[in-house]
Ligand binder design. Structure first.
Ligand SMILES: *[C@@H]1O[C@H](CO)[C@@H](O)[C@H](O)[C@H]1NC(C)=O
Ligand SMILES: *[C@@H]1O[C@H](CO)[C@@H](O)[C@H](O)[C@H]1NC(C)=O
Length: 165
């Protein structure tokens, strides 16, 4: 019985440890139901399944011109720097749904040692959209932490956007 209780406590601790890590502010992510002010570990920022954290495609929330340069604004909501194999963040676009081929639009943004895991770091990354238009495309931001100590080391957020004249 005691063993059983200990096991449950360990599982609960793992769950509370493995909290939120990436939030996409602009263009707004799907289901942006975070708290205000946003805290490290907010559930809306914890999406771990590729490519869009098991969210559902919605109507486009923003429309941009082809070839325009836009600012993508997001937050590393929890820092999972892993010294043996540092990770990265990037911004990509799919013309073909959540699980289509992604075109990486941003440079690779190297993860960094924030010293404190709960550090919240905002990024505003400039990316240039392709020429091809779309009524609904998926803009994805991901944080691949490579952290072998994490049960879920990769984090995703998607936004539905349009690219049209
Ligand atoms: C994805 O979401 C659906 C509907 O909410 C749920 O039934 C399913 O278990 C989820 N899958 C994963 C991998 O979380
Ligand atoms: C990061 O962005 C969020 C959302 O706009 C904002 O509330 C927060 O104050 C920003 N943090 C810093 C350090 O600028």
């Amino acid at each position: 019985m005691i063993k059983y209780i200990v096991a449950i406590i360990i599982i609960l601790q793992l769950n509370s440890f493995a909290l939120a890590h990436l939030c996409l502010f602009d263009p707004p992510q799907r289901e942006p139901n975070w708290g205000v002010p946003i805290q490290p570990g907010d559930n809306a920022c914890y999406r771990v399944s590729s490519n869009c954290g098991n969210t559902t495609t919605g109507a486009p929330v923003k429309s941009y011109s082809p070839e325009s340069t836009i600012q993508v604004f997001f937050q590393q909501n929890y820092n999972h720097w892993y010294k043996p194999n540092p990770g990265y963040l990037d911004v990509s676009l799919s013309y073909d749904g959540d699980n289509g081929d992604y075109i990486v639009l941003s440079p690779t943004i190297d993860d960094f040692n924030a010293w404190d895991m709960v550090t919240q770091t905002n990024y505003s990354v400039s990316v240039t959209l392709p020429t091809q238009t779309c009524k609904s495309c998926v803009l994805r931001v991901r944080y691949i932490s490579n952290n072998a100590g994490e049960p879920e080391p990769d984090f995703y957020q998607c936004s539905d956007i349009a690219i049209q004249e």
